[in-house]
Design a protein around this ligand. Structure first.
Ligand SMILES: Nc1ncnc2c1ncn2[C@@H]1O[C@H](COP(=O)(O)OP(=O)(O)O)[C@@H](O)[C@H]1O
Ligand SMILES: [Mg+2]
Length: 242
């Protein structure tokens, strides 16, 4: 069975792409067959994060049926398998985003988990949401982000999607932040992962690598592997990296 997990947020810039890339890499490191798909169709950033911006076959080509989606998969040097988006703005115009689910169905049986990096809001997000089984919500610990997260959670539930929980990202542990309890009360949703604000994440972006690959012993990498294990119902003990 192939499980389709969307990484959503409501608000932009909270770290969806970072969490999607690293969650997919961590699950691959655990031995799972994973494909990461860039479904932020209007502003795809995965190829930029991973240093391969000019690839000839992308999810945009697959949506226009000029290539088969399976042929748009690439292997990053970190081991991560991914289907990037096109950074050419002409490829974003009049995109048939409603076909996203049909296209993704062709990935059934090719891997165990498809991690889908989503845009923040709009019609495109609804089309992508329809292709998911689960929606993992990324938020930062502040009211605007959590309020937008709540809107996405409501929409997800309206569409009958499973919401395994919220990942709180860019946590600084200072007293200006909403607490985990605050976030859970506002959203009526469990926080299933916490990832701190950390220079290693920005350093890995500079190196065009997932942080769990470039900085495996970093505090944030341990937090991301914990989240990945949690999501697939496994125990993770830091120290043994598996
Ligand atoms: N935990 C973190 N610590 C430090 N920087 C982070 C963290 N998470 C994300 N960032 C940085 O924040 C910026 C936005 O992250 P990104 O994943 O692109 O967000 P989104 O996809 O939600 O727009 C990027 O520069 C990224 O490196
Ligand atoms: Mg993004």
């Amino acid at each position: 069975m192939t499980r389709f997990i969307g990484i959503a947020s409501g608000k932009g810039g909270v770290g969806r792409t970072t969490i999607a890339i690293n969650l997919a890499t961590a699950l691959s490191q655990f031995g799972r067959e994973v494909i990461l798909v860039d479904a932020h169709l209007s502003s795809p950033h995965i190829a930029l994060h991973l240093g391969a911006p000019n690839v000839p076959k992308t999810i945009h080509h697959a949506l226009r049926r000029t290539v088969h989606v399976k042929d748009a998969a690439y292997q990053h040097p970190s081991g991560l398998k991914l289907i990037p988006g096109s950074i050419n703005p002409e490829h974003h115009e009049d995109l048939p985003h409603k076909k996203f689910k049909d296209i993704l169905l062709d990935l059934i049986g090719t891997c165990e988990v498809v991690i889908i990096d989503m845009g923040p809001s709009g019609d495109e997000v609804l089309s992508v949401m329809r292709a998911t089984d689960d929606l993992l919500i990324v938020a930062t610990p502040d009211l605007p982000s959590v309020t937008e997260a709540l809107k996405i959670i409501r929409k997800a539930k309206e569409l009958g999607k499973n919401v395994p929980g919220i990942v709180l990202n860019r946590v600084k542990d200072d007293d200006t932040e909403l607490s985990i309890e605050n976030v859970e009360t506002i959203t009526d949703t469990k926080v299933i992962g916490v990832v701190h604000e950390h220079k290693d994440v920005r350093e890995s972006l500079k190196q065009r690598q997932p942080v769990v690959y470039s900085h495996p012993d970093s505090k944030v990498s341990i937090q991301i592997r914990k989240l990945a294990a949690n999501l697939i119902g496994e125990e993770y003990s830091p120290g043994k990296r598996r």
